[in-house]
Write a protein that binds this ligand. Structure first.
Ligand SMILES: Cc1ncc(COP(=O)(O)O)c(C=O)c1O
Length: 398
């Protein structure tokens, strides 16, 4: 049966694609070797530097985020290279499995999935590598499977404190344009991004933002690469072109999304995500449920994973909610299957959309017979109203 109204896509990506982006993508496809395309290409290649906050090149692939993971590794590393990766959750585990398949030697620093990466552990491991066998440190900024975000600034400081030359590679697939990120300031060498989350686009584009040090590493890196090769991209990119047929209509959408992010202001975008995350956590606590992330310093602002009470199925709850209210929530992945559900609050999202989302969860808990207290939605509304009123007071004072 047709469900009236807009579907609530509250998984932690892909996210709700705003009408402005959808309309921008509805442009007729143009010749990807024309001057007009070159202007679009330059616009998005330059525009993405403002999102990554970087001065080096950004490479755009017509691929999901997994492609950009591979591009980061194959462009900078050689067969048998040691790579230090941190087990923050499911996505860090997938990246590590990819590194193994590519012929690298990843060392997986163990984590319990309920916090982000531990900088002190990384520092100690790097100090224990005087011969500098470790060529790269790879961290997932926002672990989408757990709702824990690692502190990249602290990890940079840890690498510097150990005085280690390893490249720093960071996956920002579910944090870019949602959680503060500064490629140059934090000395990140390769940042991996994807289109379908904070950037408010459909899936299908992914990114590498690259430092001079990573470009230098690429000159001697020996892993086989062809489609992912930065070398092939640099020259055509200078004029806004690509060495293959690009995803023209997604690039129209990207140009629009970059404009929208700057119209709102990146700092305001981050503050909005922080506010929604805090309101969501208040709801979860008022329901008497547990936020999966245990470390407040690592709370994610783009999603909240919620632990189910023992003996209750997260998948049953999600199925109840999608049937009754046409709202999709994220499932638990690998060892968290059926144990957590994930509320996505990232992308093109506002206070009333969050209120609707949390209302759907609260009603779903009741319908699915999950033990909980009432009042989660009210706790979130109180937080949102308080934030709106202090915002109003600030605006009036200015
Ligand atoms: C943090 C993170 N890394 C990597 C990926 C993989 O990206 P994709 O599914 O776009 O290939 C995802 C997907 O959700 C993700 O959240």
């Amino acid at each position: 049966m047709r469900q009236a109204g807009r579907h609530f896509l509250q998984i932690p990506g892909p996210t709700n694609v705003p009408d402005r982006v959808l309309r921008a993508m509805a442009m007729p496809t143009i010749d990807h070797r024309s001057a007009e395309f070159g202007r679009l290409g330059r616009q998005v290649l330059d525009g993405m530097k403002t999102i990554f906050k970087c001065s080096g090149p950004v490479f755009i692939y017509p691929a999901s985020g997994t492609g950009a993971w591979e591009a980061a590794l194959v462009n900078t590393l050689s067969p048998g290279d040691q790579v230090l990766m941190y087990e923050t959750g499911h996505f860090a585990t997938l990246w590590k499995a990819m590194a193994e398949r590519l012929g690298l030697e990843p060392e997986f620093m163990q984590g319990d999935w309920r916090a982000g990466a531990n900088p002190a552990g990384i520092e100690a491991r790097l100090r224990d590598d005087p011969a500098h066998e470790i060529k790269a440190v790879c961290v997932v900024h926002n672990e989408t499977s757990t709702g824990c975000a690692s502190r990249i600034d602290d990890i940079r400081r840890a690498i510097d404190a150990a005085d280690h030359p390893a490249l720093l590679m960071v996956d920002t697939i579910s944090s870019l344009a949602s959680i503060d990120y500064r490629q140059d300031e934090w000395g990140v060498d390769v940042t991996v991004g994807g289109s379908q989350k904070g950037l408010m686009l459909p899936p299908g584009l992914s990114f590498n933002a690259v430092s001079d040090k990573a470009l230098a590493a690429a000159r001697s890196a020996r892993l086989p690469r062809s489609f992912w090769s930065w070398d092939e991209m640099i020259e055509p990119n200078e004029k806004g072109f690509f060495p293959y047929t690009p995803a023209t209509n997604l690039l129209y959408g990207l140009a629009e999304a970059i404009d929208m992010l700057h119209e709102e202001g990146l700092e305001n975008v981050f503050a909005r995500h922080d506010r929604h995350a805090e309101a969501t956590r208040r709801a979860v606590r008022a329901w008497g449920l547990e936020v999966f992330c245990r470390e407040p310093r690592h709370y994610s602002s783009s999603l909240t994973a919620v632990l189910m009470p023992e003996g209750h199925s997260a998948d049953n709850l999600r199925a109840t909610i999608v049937d009754a209210f046409d709202m999709a929530l994220g499932n638990g992945l690998s060892k968290l299957a059926d144990r957590v559900f994930r509320i996505g609050h990232l992308g093109d999202f506002n206070d009333l959309m969050l209120a609707g989302t949390l209302s759907g969860v609260e009603m779903g808990l009741e319908l699915a017979g999950v033990p909980h207290e009432k009042g989660g939605v009210q706790a979130a509304l109180d937080r949102l109203a308080e934030a709106a009123s202090s915002e109003g007071t600030r605006a009036a004072a200015e």
